[in-house]
Design a protein around this ligand. Structure first.
Ligand code: FEO
Length: 171
């Protein structure tokens, strides 16, 4: 059985993952609008992955006998100056997600809730991948100064990304 404190913290993270999903869908819409359809595809898949993350928290709370509580999600921005700025915003966002996951792990351990700790380890690993994949794109955008043929080549690469549902975890 989950404590009220842990339930509330998990529900807050579920909301944060839903905000992440909306943020990336907003970025996808932005990229579609400026004709960078590969990056739009990349961000749309990111949206799907974040929705999966939110559902993992939802399912876990329910599986532990807690109440999954949905609450209002902030409106994400809709515009970025260019592709590099959008990916920099994604990197900053993922750094904040990592900080929040780490806080959750700390809380679970402090409360002797080791089942929640084990559940959260999937996200600890996932955040390493999330931060790395965004950093790789930022590094490459910088190499081409975020413009011209290089930008179109990177957009083309991003078009190849395909959605893979998460493997079953402790969730
Ligand atoms: Fe669910 Fe991108 O963190």
């Amino acid at each position: 059985m989950l404590s009220e404190k842990i339930t509330s913290a998990l529900n807050e993270q579920m909301k944060w993952e839903m905000y992440s999903a909306n943020l990336y869908l907003a970025m996808s819409a932005y990229f579609s609008d400026v004709g960078l359809h590969g990056f739009a595809n990349w961000m749309r898949i990111q949206y799907q992955e974040e929705t999966d993350h939110a559902l993992k928290f939802y399912d876990f709370v329910l599986s532990r006998g807690g109440a999954a509580k949905l609450s209002a999600i902030d409106e994400p921005p809709a515009q970025w100056a260019n592709a590099l700025e959008a990916f920099k915003a994604a990197a900053a966002h993922e750094a904040e997600v990592t900080r929040r996951i780490n806080e959750l792990v700390h809380l679970a351990k402090a409360e002797y809730d080791f089942a929640t700790d084990v559940f959260l380890q999937w996200f600890v690993t996932e955040q390493v991948e999330e931060e790395e994949s965004v950093k790789n794109i930022i590094d490459r955008l910088k190499l081409v100064n975020g413009e011209g043929q290089g930008l179109l080549m990177l957009d083309n690469d991003a078009a190849a990304r395909v959605y893979t549902p998460p493997a079953n975890s402790a969730a």
